[in-house]
Design a protein around this ligand. Sequence first.
Ligand code: HGY
Ligand code: MN
Ligand code: MN
Length: 415
Amino acid sequence: MDRVRPNIGRLKSDIERISTFIDKSKLGHTRRSFTEEYKEARVWLREKMEESGLETSIDAAANIIGRLSGSDNSLKPIIIGSHTDTVENGGMYDGTIGVLGGIEVVRILKENGVNLRHPLEIVDFTSEEPSEFGLSTIGSKGMIGELTKEMLQRRDNCGRVLSDAIHDLGGNSRSIKKLARKKGDAVLYLELHNELGPVLDNKECPLGVVTGIVGIHRYKVIVNGEANHAGTTPMNMRCDALVFTSKLVLKLQSLCKDKNRDDVVGTVGKLNVEPNASNVIPGKCEFEFEVRSLQNDIIDEIVSQFIDEAQALSKERNIKVKFDNISKSSSVIIDEGIKKVLKDSCEEVAKTMYLPSGAGHDANHINEIAPVGMIFVPSKDGKSHCPEEYTSYEEIEIGVHALIKALLAFDKILK
Ligand code: HGY
Ligand code: MN
Ligand code: MN
């Protein structure tokens, strides 16, 4: 009998409980960062951590940290983390299984009298998904001191400033730089996540060890044309911002497709049209696009080609186009040694394969201060960032079990 099997009934009731802290006026699971339901979920989560024997605190970037002492105080911590915010109309597992799975790991260790050598920190990172401030992975960027003054001054649509929103969650943006963790302040970062893509489900493989995590560059684009009457303006006399924007959307698609590689993707997922009226030629469009790849130079290449071609096209058409970078995260290639320990640990529990992550994670940033490793469990039919997102409790149990095994293995070997 394996002593360190998770108690899936208990974890299920935690997952179901946190799923009640959502915006009920929206479809699916909507717990946007910095909202009332997010704050309520965090209060509940912190209590859960305390109940499980963790000493909790909130750091400068408003990350919730639950700490368990190790037997050797001279050692730096192992961190297990993920996030509890969701995209709008999202799913119920993205992020939450990593945080709640981490708390279950602590309960299992305690119940079985297992003392780790290293301190262990379970972290709920602030706002991993793109927030209303246009920025994602706010907590992990903050933990390593990468939230710039300019970022902290960004405003949401209601005019709220990000630094105030961080304060409201119990953080302190003025101390972020000073309290930033440095390289070597943790020995390892581990994250359990649902794959958010189709590979494990297609291959009927219950566990995945991540080989690399994509980098993501995001930009905001403002296209200024000329609003005018939709009936009286001849087709050859228009400066239609939406028609121009449509060409850019297709251009981005073809630049990414032309690479003919399965690890490059580009998306326009957000678009506003002004004045957005059926009988007015669109005068202005604002959209956001992102490009992702495991190779940072490919992202740079596509983005600069896209910007150059858009600028050239705008001159031909008497339309103004302006690009502003929102964020850039670098891709991560997981260390061979970390992958091997993860694979061996996972294989003790269930069939395991290697695969890359097409989603970005807090690990992209924590990689600056510690080696990172990720374990994936399947996402049914590859669905995520939508209400249909699903991972069975049996699959989550396997994932948490593998996470405990990996933690114990790393605790033994890491200095
Ligand atoms: O957008 C993403 O990759 C994510 O799910 N954070
Ligand atoms: Mn997500
Ligand atoms: Mn996630």
